[in-house]
Design a protein around this ligand. Structure first.
Ligand SMILES: C[S@@+](CC[C@H](N)C(=O)[O-])C[C@H]1O[C@@H](n2cnc3c(N)ncnc32)[C@H](O)[C@@H]1O
Length: 953
């Protein structure tokens, strides 16, 4: 018999007397893991002491839990689930991921990686399999790819999806089918949805379980985030699992964000169902029985054979008769539809009222979805029923029973939704990170590549994409989705937790510790899973990937709705396993995330500065304080670097060089300016030292604005002596003079217009002043202190492009050219921070001739010197021949003068205007100026080139 209470309660053993007490589930969820619990804490007074007898015998408790599990909860709950199942799913088609807890990252121009491909003469597609970006699963960026419109490596951004359709796929419900033949390796579609952070993911998961949802649409995207395509998504949400799949998922970097794409694993014929191996390791109670029907079916979804050997399965319900899901578009959304969509994920504030039910009904009619959810919903109020009957008569209009109007299901009652995530206590759980797990298939227990072939090396290098040690983006200022209100209500942090998360510079030991905390297993010898480590992990059944090995011990995990269930009747055993069982049972404690991820996410939210109004130093300041999440990513990075460092084979080392190690390092180093990163920086430099790179490799431009040598030049001014010395040594080891002619030419053009020349050309590379060139260089580009400081008179303001008077708001670029490259405002140009912002460097570098001021009261001579320097610096980057927006030296001189003039004049005008209008003095802030100049330069160059192409310049 099912105890109706069992659904809402859990059993907890007293740490003093060992008796089992029934507690409300919500309360159990609030208990701290492993914290003692005593009878006195029981809210039920009659049982709040150890002398009170146990309410049921151990056997009865077991029985109750068992029946609760078998029956799937209380009558009410089953009924609710039943109703829910009859209601058609409503989901919204979206075209790009929606970030629920932060803003989309904005990619800085400097962070854009430029491939080495060239336009083809015959107009055939560029950026093929050899494209370094493609190899590393990084999309080229429009306007920045040397192949320009020929680039074929922008499949995600350009939504080059295959022709697909959703159809019934038997008991699995609906599935995704291709309408065209697909070749092995073809990009099929992006898995799109709402990107959730840990807390919201756990809240939804719990909601789905409570609501008895049959299908789950979670996909682990990496860096601690999960995509949920349940409420909003694209056709990719219909892809089913198969143990013998024809597709695989891959994680790509698209405009600086991770994206998951579905790719054909083999040739696929039109009409075939598309499937991939969900590749998640089950955790929690039960694996789900797989219905893929393939000859090699493992029998279950998730988990390994060993883990599942003696376990029951969650028998999936037959979904072949699922009502047709209703797809709505973004344009269709109104308040009522929003309420329906919100209810899918447990975010609706209120129960379905008559209007919402009516809306659902209208949608069903409009989309010709047979409606049969009313028939057994007896508690529907009459008013709404009659109004819907009317709709049936008037709008369904068929009258032949095709559209069977029935009651809309009862809305998900809030009481089945577990407590809001804001009430969850901080969780501590050990988990291995995604990078660590993925390395299992690639590396040995000693952390060496198992088979250092090209394929594995590339797969290993792609893992760098998952090590985002910069912050993950500013939290959304306004909640973009209703659910995000949950996200920012963070639970109070415990002292201890706060201490653990205190920012600190990680020492080598700390990195090792972080790895341990992170669950990194140096000794893991068993590959956790066989399938492609490139695959995203879809997380059906509410179960996220991946689980640690099942906990030993006699304790069988409790049913989620019920409470603890024990296999033995020994009280001590129970006591020991109580907290563990509870942990498994509690939302989130079974998360797929690595250890510390949840507090880390909280910390990320906590520490993340708001986007606006930040000082430049603060924005660089991801370097000032590391969040737990950053430390976890850093530990991942450290693991990857170890794999390279442990490689002995010289051919493998060469492959590491060829396959883009330097590019991955360059983009990573770009995110770690500042003292807290020195340990990881040293390790990255050691990697560069140990691989057989050439001078060309180091001096070749690979990001939109420079080469690895440029990064080294910056690092050679780092506050940490070892970082400085290693960088200088590398520059000395790979002088420009040893580069091939082409690379030299490119770098010379770069240097002559304002960027620090390379160490190889005269001067002593180990002396920091060498990075600012020999005297000759400086004279040639006019960057002597005296010239910079000299007040300059400017001609009347003219727009450098149109030759018309410049607008007073000069920083506003012409709208046609204002396509904004997405970039994180809080992590600007890390490769090329303005030297003056790093005062520690200036002591070492007497050769730097720029204005060190942080603000100016008026556009005075020092301000002009700053503008002069900044314009040269920013504009100079476009003179590299490999830059897609390349400008010639002549262009440079013309644009430089005009831009500088316009900037200074506009500021002078603003200043004068304020004074004339008695508006008070407002200092000119350096950091803002830098941003504005940068934007202005970029847009001006683009406009200039466009005009040139059109023959107007
Ligand atoms: C991403 S959804 C796929 C679309 C889903 N079939 C639908 O009708 O909306 C994943 C869910 O489909 C079901 N599913 C997918 N593959 C399955 C399989 N091989 N065996 C059983 N159920 C499967 C599970 O319910 C899983 O949670």
């Amino acid at each position: 018999m099912v105890n109706p209470d069992s659904a809402a309660s859990s059993w907890v053993a007293c740490d003093s007397c060992g008796k089992w007490r029934r507690l409300p589930k919500a309360l159990v969820e609030l208990l701290e893991d492993d914290a003692p619990w005593y009878c006195e804490q029981n809210p039920q007074a009659s049982l709040a002491n150890c002398d009170a007898p146990q309410e049921l015998t151990n056997e009865q408790i077991d029985q109750e839990m068992e029946s609760s599990e078998d029956e799937g909860g209380s009558e009410d709950e089953r009924e609710r689930r039943e109703k829910r199942r009859r209601r058609p799913a409503v989901w919204q088609l979206i075209t790009k991921n929606i970030y629920t807890h932060r803003e989309r990252k904005m990619q800085d121009e400097d962070d854009i990686m430029i491939c080495q491909c060239r336009r083809t003469r015959d107009g055939s597609p560029g950026c093929g399999p050899d494209c370094l970006n493609r190899m590393l699963n990084i999309e080229c960026v429009e306007d920045y790819c040397p192949c320009e419109e020929q680039c074929s490596n922008q499949m995600f951004s350009k939504r080059q999806y295959a022709d697909l359709e959703k159809r019934r796929a038997g008991s699995k419900g609906f599935g995704l089918f291709t309408k065209q033949d697909l070749q092995a390796g073809a990009f099929i579609i992006e898995y799109i949805g709402e990107v959730l952070e840990e807390e919201e993911y756990m809240r939804r998961k719990e909601y789905y379980i409570a609501a008895g949802q049959r299908h789950y649409y979670f996909m682990n995207v990496g860096n601690g985030e999960v995509i949920d395509a349940c409420r909003k998504g694209a056709l990719g949400r219909f892809i089913n699992h198969s143990c013998d799949p024809n597709c695989e998922t891959q994680k790509w970097v698209v405009h600086g964000e991770l994206a998951i794409g579905l790719f054909a694993q083999r040739d696929i014929k039109a009409g075939e169902e598309l499937t991939f191996d969900y590749n998640f390791e089950r955790y929690g109670d039960k694996p789900m029985r797989c219905l893929c029907g393939s000859a090699s079916c493992r029998g279950f979804i998730g988990g390994t054979q060993e883990i599942n050997a003696d376990r029951d399965f969650d028998e999936p319900e037959d979904a072949s008769m699922d009502p047709e899901p209703i797809m709505v578009t973004e344009g269709e959304e109104d308040e009522l539809l929003a309420a329906i969509l919100d209810s899918n994920v447990g975010l609706a504030d209120q129960e379905f009222d008559a209007d919402v039910r009516k809306k659902l009904h209208q949608l069903a009619v409009k989309h010709k979805v047979p409606i049969d959810w009313e028939s057994s919903d007896d508690d529907e109020n009459d008013e709404s029923k009659s109004s819907m009957d009317q709709i049936e008569l008037t709008t369904a209009g068929k009258g032949d029973g095709d559209v069977v109007v029935s009651k809309p299901r009862q809305p998900p009652s809030r009481d089945v939704v577990s407590i809001p995530s804001s009430a969850w206590p901080p969780l501590k759980f050990k988990r291995r990170s995604e990078v660590d797990r993925r390395l299992d298939t690639l590396a040995t227990s000693q952390g060496r590549l198992r088979e250092p072939n090209t394929n594995n090396i590339v797969r290993m290098l792609r893992l760098f994409n998952l090590c985002d040690i910069a912050s993950t983006g500013a939290p959304a200022l306004e909640s973009p989705v209703p659910g995000s209100r949950y996200l920012l209500k963070l639970p109070p942090r415990k002292e201890q937790q706060a201490k653990a998360d205190e920012p600190a510079e990680p020492s080598d030991a700390a990195l090792a510790e972080a790895r341990k905390e992170n669950g990194h297993h140096a000794s893991t010898s068993e590959p956790a899973k066989e399938s492609s480590p490139e695959a995203g992990e879809i997380l059906p059944n509410g179960n996220a990937s991946p689980a640690p090995a099942p906990r030993p011990g006699p304790c069988k995990p409790a049913h989620r709705e019920g409470g603890l269930r024990q296999q033995d009747s020994d009280g001590r055993e129970r006591e020991r396993s109580r907290s563990k069982s509870r942990e498994r049972e509690r939302p989130g404690s079974t998360s797929h995330r690595e250890d510390g991820e949840l507090p880390a996410v909280r910390e990320a939210v906590r520490f993340e500065p708001p986007r606006e109004g930040l000082r430049y130093e603060e924005r660089l300041g991801s370097s000032r304080e590391l969040t737990a999440r950053q430390r976890a990513r850093m530990a991942d990075l450290s693991l990857l670097l170890d794999v390279i460092l442990k490689t002995n084979s010289s051919s493998a080392k060469k492959e590491f060089c060829r396959c883009g190690t330097l590019r991955q390092l360059q983009s990573t180093i770009g995110r770690c300016t500042g003292p807290y990163y020195s340990v990881i920086l040293k390790k990255m430099l050691r990697v560069v030292e140990c691989l057989p790179f050439t001078a060309d490799d180091l001096h070749q431009t690979s990001s939109a604005h420079g080469s690895f040598a440029d990064v080294l030049k910056q690092l050679s001014m780092h506050a940490d002596a070892e970082v400085r010395n290693r960088s200088k040594d590398l520059l000395k080891k790979f002088p420009m003079s040893e580069c091939s002619e082409g690379v030299q030419r490119s770098a010379t053009a770069h240097d002559t217009v304002g960027l620090p020349p390379s160490s190889g050309r005269g001067g002593n590379p180990s002396s920091s002043s060498a990075f600012w060139g020999e005297r000759g260089d400086r004279e040639r580009v006019g960057r002597s202190v005296s010239r910079l400081m000299r007040p300059t008179r400017f001609s009347p303001a003219v727009d450098p492009i149109t030759a018309s008077p410049a607008p007073s708001t000069w920083a506003t670029p012409p709208s046609t050219f204002s396509k904004k490259i997405m970039r994180p405002a809080y992590a600007p140009s890390p490769q090329y921070p303005m030297p003056s912002l790093q005062p520690a460097y200036s002591q070492d570098d007497p050769g730097i001739d720029y204005s060190p001021d942080k603000r100016w009261d008026a556009p005075n001579a020092r301000f002009e010197a700053f503008v002069d320097y900044t314009v040269r610096h920013r504009l100079g980057k476009y003179t590299q021949p490999v830059h897609p927006n390349y400008i010639t030296a002549d262009d440079f001189s013309r644009l430089y003068k005009k831009i500088k003039h316009n900037v200074v004049e506009a500021e002078q005008k603003t200043f004068e205007d304020r004074r004339r209008n008695n508006m008070g003095e407002k200092p000119i802030e350096r950091d803002k100026m830098e941003e504005r100049i940068k934007t202005y330069v970029r847009e001006t160059v683009k406009a200039h080139n466009l005009k040139k192409r059109m023959g107007l310049a």
